[in-house]
Design a protein around this ligand. Structure first.
Ligand SMILES: [Fe+2]
Length: 312
């Protein structure tokens, strides 16, 4: 029998330590390792956020929850989720042992595989997230992946990452290459943050002031999903690409600034624009500040195999 607090609890799972030490990126979901406490944590997280989803989430998100038959009473088996998901958008949720370097993460999206955390947060600290967990990844992200248009936006992120790696490879001077690719990665990370993680959208069929939530960081936060729509302490502005890529953010408190897109078409146009701006040099000198780009992320872009023929 496992000890309470073990099982597959975030930062406390011996299984994860083991597979990390083996250097694996994609792993199996060892479902039998979830403890009863882990299962209870999922049930509590789901039960308390469900009413907020009904009130604040994008209609496609709620539809996605139904289409995936996302369970309220137990942690999802990724295989079962994928049986519903793959025919809808070609995406699948693929278990990972933890952090995936930026290029590999985006490139997985290009292949319609979503790197998915399988651990779950500590039940004693429901609102504290030292790193993503299965509730954030599967309940927050995956329902949106049932929407073909949204899924295509994620694939575009992978294509932009691939273009960025190719762009960097063309720069002969080492220092210039490092400086520019760091800036491009920062621009991409900010775009991802203010859309896929913390994006707001005009509610389809609603008035111009009527907003809904499609960002997964918000959709998996019991406190912030309501706060981001209702609080007068949040600034909500129409999406402007030049602002988003130059806007730093902090991850350890509710967001004071969010951006609104009009529709999934609008979001798709913006990522097209992001890619167009790269060869023009407009992503090469974005303002400094968060997020920091670590060496693994830099190396992942610099060492990317972008000139192979497979999938090119
Ligand atoms: Fe996320």
């Amino acid at each position: 029998m496992s000890n309470p607090g073990e099982g597959l609890t975030t930062t406390k799972a011996p299984f994860i330590e083991q597979v990390r030490s083996e250097g694996k990126t994609f792993i199996e979901q060892p479902y039998e390792l979830y403890s009863e406490e882990n299962q209870e944590t999922w049930r509590r997280l789901y039960a308390r956020i469900r009413p907020s989803w009904e009130h604040y989430s994008h209609p496609q998100f709620l539809e996605g929850v139904e289409k995936l038959a996302l369970p309220a009473d137990h942690i999802p088996h990724l295989d079962e989720i994928n049986k519903f998901l793959q025919p809808l958008s070609g995406f699948s949720a693929r278990a990972v042992a933890g952090y995936v370097p930026a290029y590999q993460f985006f490139d997985s999206l290009r292949m319609r595989a979503f790197p998915t955390t399988i651990t779950i947060r500590d039940g004693k600290l429901l609102d504290y997230l030292p790193e993503p967990d299965i509730f954030h990844d599967v309940a927050g992200h995956v329902p949106m992946h049932t929407d073909r248009q949204f899924a295509d936006v994620l694939v575009r992120f992978g294509e932009v990452a691939r273009a960025a790696a190719g762009f960097a490879a063309e720069i002969k001077d080492h220092d210039e290459r490092m400086q520019k690719i760091e800036s491009v990665i920062k621009a991409m990370a900010r775009f991802f943050w203010f859309t896929i993680e913390f994006g707001l959208m005009r509610r389809p069929g609603g008035s111009s002031k009527d907003l809904c939530v499609y960002g997964s960081g918000l959709l998996s936060s019991h406190g912030e999903i309501e706060y981001c729509i209702e609080s007068p302490r949040v600034q909500r502005y129409p999406f402007k690409l030049e602002w988003v890529i130059n806007q730093y953010f902090e991850i350890d408190h509710y967001q004071p600034l969010l951006f609104i897109v009009d529709s999934f078409d609008h979001l798709f146009e913006q990522i097209d624009e992001l890619e167009r701006w790269m060869p023009e040099g407009r992503l090469c000198n974005v303002s400094p500040g968060e997020p920091a780009v670590n060496q693994d992320d830099l190396d992942s872009f610099l060492n990317a195999q972008v000139h192979d023929t497979a999938g090119a």
